[in-house]
Design a protein around this ligand. Structure first.
Ligand code: GLP
Length: 241
């Protein structure tokens, strides 16, 4: 694992978008797994512009969904799918056949997790995974306490995560559960990018990078990844020295 610190959010976003573009330029059939959340919003905006200006096509890539709110339809504004669809899939012209989604309305959650693990295996793994970091150190929906060895699973969301869902989906019933790729999937990604910005993340970044490697802080698992880059702006990195 290595750490890269950028002056500010813009520089961080430039670097994140460059790394994704470089990966796809080298490997036009790359399998990508990209997070939602506030952190990567600008990186995705830049990515769309750079894909056009540098003539890098994403039309032969595959996209694996990182996580999704169980019970929320993909069409619901703010679902993980809807977010990526608006920020990336539509602007890049990605077709439905290139996207492997959780069926968040399924009656058989175990089968859905199995299907996702199978799909990743059949695609020969994830070439590039980009994740953000929750304030409690979660990655995807891997909340504190999640075993490092677990693959795709149903996560029992913590109160703070549920609350963010309630804000995101006003008037919609939140099940308190989410589908997520597991920390095993995170460790298996061939290239793992972890991005965080802002001083609100400084404390958890310090715990994850300098504290014990522990399931209490899911982020700490990235230190076990041989090809991970933790990409921070100066504010998120401010407690690291
Ligand atoms: C959310 C998502 C994660 C995201 C993280 C950080 O709960 N499940 O995929 O990376 O929290 O979000 P943000 O970038 O908005 O801080």
């Amino acid at each position: 694992m290595k750490t890269e610190v950028y002056e500010n959010y813009i520089a961080l976003s430039e670097a994140v978008s460059d790394k994704i573009i470089e990966t796809v330029k080298e490997n036009p059939t790359a399998v990508l797994c990209l997070a939602t959340g506030k952190t990567p919003v600008l990186a995705y905006e830049l990515l769309v512009k750079k894909a056009a200006s540098r003539k890098v096509s994403f039309s032969n890539c595959m996209f694996i969904q990182l996580d999704e709110w169980i019970g929320i339809s993909p069409q619901t504004e703010g679902s993980c799918y809807d977010t990526l669809n608006r920020q990336l899939f539509k602007p890049l012209g990605i077709s439905a056949t290139q996207i492997i989604l959780f069926n968040a309305l399924t009656g058989n959650e175990d089968e859905e997790c199995m299907k996702m693990n199978e799909a990743i295996k059949n695609l020969d793994g994830i070439d590039l995974m980009l994740v953000g970091v929750g304030k409690n150190g979660h990655i995807g929906f891997n909340e504190p306490g999640t075993d490092f060895g677990i693959g795709t699973h149903v996560s029992a969301l913590q109160p703070a995560t549920i609350e963010s869902g309630l804000n995101k989906f006003p008037g919609v019933a939140i099940t308190g559960k989410g589908f997520t790729l597991g920390l095993k999937n995170v460790l298996d990604a061939k290239l793992l990018l972890v991005a965080a910005n802002g001083e609100a993340k400084a404390d958890i970044i310090q715990q994850g990078m300098k504290g014990d490697i522990t399931t209490d802080v899911p982020l700490s698992v990235v230190r076990r990844h041989a090809n991970a880059i933790v990409m921070l702006d100066e504010e998120a990195a401010s407690l690291l020295q």
